[in-house]
Ligand binder design. Sequence first.
Ligand code: 6PG
Length: 236
Amino acid sequence: MHINISPTKTEVAKNFSDYLEELIKENKTTHIALSGGSTPKVVFDYMSEHYKDVDWSTVHLYWGDERCVPPTDSESNYKMTVDHLLSKINIPKDNIHRVRGEDLPELEAGRYGKVLEEELPIVESIPQFDLVILGMGDDGHTASIFPHEIGLWDSTNNCEVAIHPDSGQRRITITGKLINNAKMVAFLVTGSSKAEKVRSIITKEEGHESYPASLVAPSSGELIWFLDEEAAAQIN
Ligand code: 6PG
């Protein structure tokens, strides 16, 4: 596990963009699962503005989770990514594999699970991403696996339907077997509200196992936390 701490969100965005640019240069094709929420916005804006030479034609984009809303909805992770990245870069349409949040969740979880089987290399009989980007909620959730549904992590399916504990919003999420089968996993976590869970998970405090983010342990061993000083305040 590597921990990369930067003073500000913008410097997290810069360090992560450097890391991603390098990864894309190294690979003939790079399959990336994107995270949702608000933290990626800063990174996507930074990358699309300052990394004009990235050859996105070699990159295939997927989502680690999506809200069950239409792609035009302000809650849509796809829409967030279009607004902050896809509308500003040159990437072939066929390289964008979005979750159809507007469709029936159970059917879409099945369909998207098949898309991953078809598009990704299969390693240890599990689809393998080159990189899974994850955020973490204040409650220790990651992707859309929340503490009250932590059992979804061990699902034998590639994707599952999850329910947001407060809003009841339905979500489509990849499961633990895909996350831990990835060649690399990168957490993008910023802000003081995350510091307590970051400390608990990284220092393996008593009870940390109840946080889905603590189950992230890629068999490749390649796990990197990109944190700002606020999120790292209790481990620094
Ligand atoms: C989502 C996510 C989720 C997110 C965390 C952190 O769709 O909401 O993928 O796992 O990464 O909730 O969200 P913030 O970056 O907004 O704090």
